[in-house]
Design a protein around this ligand. Structure first.
Ligand code: ADP
Length: 326
């Protein structure tokens, strides 16, 4: 009865029938039947993978349902079948949409005043009429304004990712050039912190990516590597290539991540709470953005880590071969 409520499809058409029949009947009311059919075909139900996707139904009003599939064993003599749970998620998705919209507007509005605070406080740090102590205060204001504006940027990026407004400007990029830029970016900071930053790239490797976004990705990973190695040590950035992909690995000798936390670090707003990291600041958005950017460029991110020993984050991106580039 609930399925009939949701979809308007009478029980005679669904009970005992394959799901594809329901899909066909429903597709007349779907906002985007092609996408639904494609996603359903792709939803390979295996024991360890439980696909879930949304469908939009347009009737008198627009409604969104989530279909989650799971395997069912031991019912059929010839193996497994699958079940699916259909939930009306219209209200939840609407709320999500409003939240994303709010985050987008708020972070955008924050940036303008922050630019002013940052610019003028930077001017004051070298103002001849201020004594050294006051110049020091101005430098602190500038530093904090810088931090605030990077949080606002992160929030804006998250809202772009979630609203599907992420735009890529894809160019042909040499990985070695990018890594050299990243090294230069961190030069002053590593001199001060005492970390060793070692960068090595096989020359001549090229990828088709949004250069600015990939730079942000690598900067973010190196920033984390430094941040989560409070006792110093080496941070290595290595680019290697095989037939089809270029791998960029960022490794550190820092605090590492425990096995339980490891699968969750890419979630948004996810931070590992431990006593020894309580003073390390962050909003838990960096890795979420890293992962979304890399996936949008057709790549993947993986992580290996051991608590107390260090972490390695590896990005794999499709490689442009020499004859493709020519
Ligand atoms: P943030 O650093 O702002 O908290 P991120 O999304 O960049 O957010 O990272 C999420 C969490 O993953 C961090 O809070 C931290 O606990 C863990 N983490 C990320 N990078 C490292 C690293 N190189 N070493 C140890 N822990 C890390």
């Amino acid at each position: 009865p609930r399925l009939t409520d949701f979809t308007g499809v009478p029980p005679e058409l669904t009970i005992g029938r394959p799901l594809s029949v329901l899909a066909r009947v429903m597709s007349r009311r779907l906002a985007d039947p092609k996408r639904f059919t494609a996603e359903f075909a792709e939803a390979q139900v295996t024991l360890d993978q439980h696909p879930a996707f949304d469908i939009e139904v347009v009737g008198d009003e627009r409604r969104v349902y989530e279909i989650a599939c799971f395997p069912v064993l031991g019912v059929w003599p010839d193996g497994a079948g699958f079940g699916s749970i259909v939930r009306d998620v219209t209200a939840a998705r609407e709320l999500d949409f409003r939240k994303t919209e709010f985050v987008g507007i708020a972070s955008h509005e924050l940036r303008t005043p922050l630019t002013g605070i940052l610019g003028f406080s930077q001017l004051l740090t070298a103002h001849p009429e201020l004594d050294e102590q006051a110049q020091g205060w101005a430098a602190r204001i500038a530093e904090e304004a810088q931090r605030l504006s990077s949080i606002a940027d992160d929030l804006l990026n998250v809202s772009r990712i979630e609203s599907g407004e992420l735009k890529l400007e894809v160019v042909d990029l040499e990985v070695e050039t990018l890594l050299e830029e990243v090294r230069a970016h961190f030069e002053a900071r590593t001199l001060e912190s005492g970390h060793q930053l070692l960068v090595r790239a096989e020359p001549g490797q090229r990828v088709a990516v949004d250069a600015g976004k990939l730079r942000e990705v690598v900067v973010n990973l190196v920033d984390n590597a430094l941040k989560y190695s409070p006792d110093g040590g080496a941070v290595r950035v290595m680019a290697t290539a095989d037939e089809t992909a270029v791998q960029i690995a960022v490794s550190d000798e820092g605090i590492g991540i425990s096995e339980e936390e490891l699968p969750r670090v890419f979630e948004r707003f996810r931070r590992v709470t431990r006593r020894d990291t309580a003073t390390i600041r962050g909003a838990g958005l960096g890795l979420y953005i890293v992962n979304s950017y890399v996936e949008s460029m057709g790549g993947t991110v993986s992580v290996e880590s051991e608590a107390g020993r260090g972490s390695t984050f590896t990005i794999a991106l499709p490689r442009i071969s020499a004859d493709q580039a020519a």
